[in-house]
Ligand binder design. Structure first.
Ligand SMILES: [Zn+2]
Ligand SMILES: [Zn+2]
Length: 357
């Protein structure tokens, strides 16, 4: 769920040259290429992770931002990574060209089963929701197969015709001398079929935009940058391919009182100088309501107290972090006559010098 370091993903040093980065990326891309790992979700993840890492580290500007501000910095510039394979191939097709012989790295025709795109959903949640977890319905706009034409794109009662130019293969081969060159069929643009009468509801695309309600459960302890993966909630595949996944990226809003460091919770609590000097039992807010905290006699400003197990649940593993309370000793800005008298008497007893009258 936590994003790995891009340098680590590509197995290069932080000062790696562009050549090294490209070399290692190619190696990984070949290893995890979908054509070699059909249907293997693990390989798919590795493939995408490597592509995203390469996209950032091969770009001077993005790499610079990443070096300075990390993943968060890139997200703030609107960087979104890749939604799916098609995205990756259209960005770095040339990297695959010499090995696979096709500019998009895929040797199948366009009518072959294709996995649906992954979707990304950015979700803002409150500090408290992140601390205790929540379940929520979200509305995800996405494309689904058109029900009227069952995705063929052809109007009801008609069906797409096989392209005569390529006999439905989607590719045409031209021979010249010893060479034969295959290219996408211009007659059907590689689809292998031609729609003579398009389906109205989807204008012949075979897909319709819909909004789907998805219930997501966010576990206690998520942080900004946490990512939830909902399998098969992405876009539908085409021609019988599997659906993509839905990724929910979490952004946690700050809290006015609490701050967080991993599973530990920090807060600052004001106490009066009299409470600090004499000791007192005060009430402090915690995630589970107010708690009593004993301040010992002679407590200094900035002293910290730890409430064990009152922090945030560990996202992976058991138990919770601690709550750490820092005391801030406050000095009264105004005194009434009696208070002032007592303070002056106090000063005399401790032989304090140089007081204003
Ligand atoms: Zn349709
Ligand atoms: Zn054709």
């Amino acid at each position: 769920m936590i994003k790995r370091c891009y340098y680590e993903v590509l197995g290069v040093e932080r000062n790696a040259t562009e050549e090294d980065i490209k070399k290692n990326y190619r190696k990984l891309a070949m290893q995890y290429h979908p054509d070699r790992n059909s249907g293997d979700k693990e390989a798919e993840e590795q493939f995408k992770e490597a592509a995203e890492s390469y996209e950032v580290l091969s770009d001077r500007e993005k790499r610079d931002i990443y070096d300075r501000y990390g993943h968060e910095g890139l997200i703030n510039t609107g960087f979104r990574g890749f939604s799916g394979f098609e995205d990756i191939f259209s960005s770095f097709g040339s990297i695959f060209e010499d090995v696979f012989g096709f500019s998009n790295g895929r040797s199948r025709s366009r009518t072959a089963a294709r996995a649906g795109n992954d979707l990304r959903y950015d979700m803002k949640i409150s500090f408290m929701d992140a601390a205790i977890g929540l379940a929520r319905d979200i509305e995800v706009p996405k494309y689904e197969t058109c029900g009227d034409c069952r995705g063929t794109g052809a109007a009801a009662g008609t069906s797409p015709e096989i392209c005569r130019r390529c006999q439905g293969r989607g590719q045409v081969t031209q021979s010249s001398g010893f060479f034969s060159i295959s290219s996408t069929c211009p007659g059907c643009r590689g689809e292998g079929r031609i729609i003579t009468e398009p389906c109205r509801p989807c204008t012949g695309t075979g897909r319709k935009q819909i909004t789907r309600t998805v219930n997501i459960k966010i576990p206690a302890g998520v942080e900004t940058g946490s990512r939830l993966r909902l399998r098969s909630e992405g876009e539908q595949g085409s021609h019988g391919g599997p659906s993509g996944d839905l990724y929910v990226f979490i952004h946690v809003e700050p809290h006015e009182f609490f701050e967080r460091n991993g599973a530990d919770l920090y807060c600052r609590v004001p106490i009066s100088f009299v409470q600090a000097a004499l000791g007192a039992t005060i009430e402090v807010p915690t995630l589970m309501g107010n708690e009593k905290l004993k301040i010992p006699r002679g407590t200094q400003s900035g002293k910290t107290f730890r409430l064990r197990g009152k922090g945030i649940a560990h996202l992976r593993g058991l138990g919770r972090g601690d709550q750490i309370i820092e005391t801030v000793v406050t000095i009264p800005a105004q005194l009434n006559r009696k208070q002032e008298e007592l303070l002056r008497e106090f000063a005399q007893l401790s032989s304090e010098q140089g007081l204003h009258s």
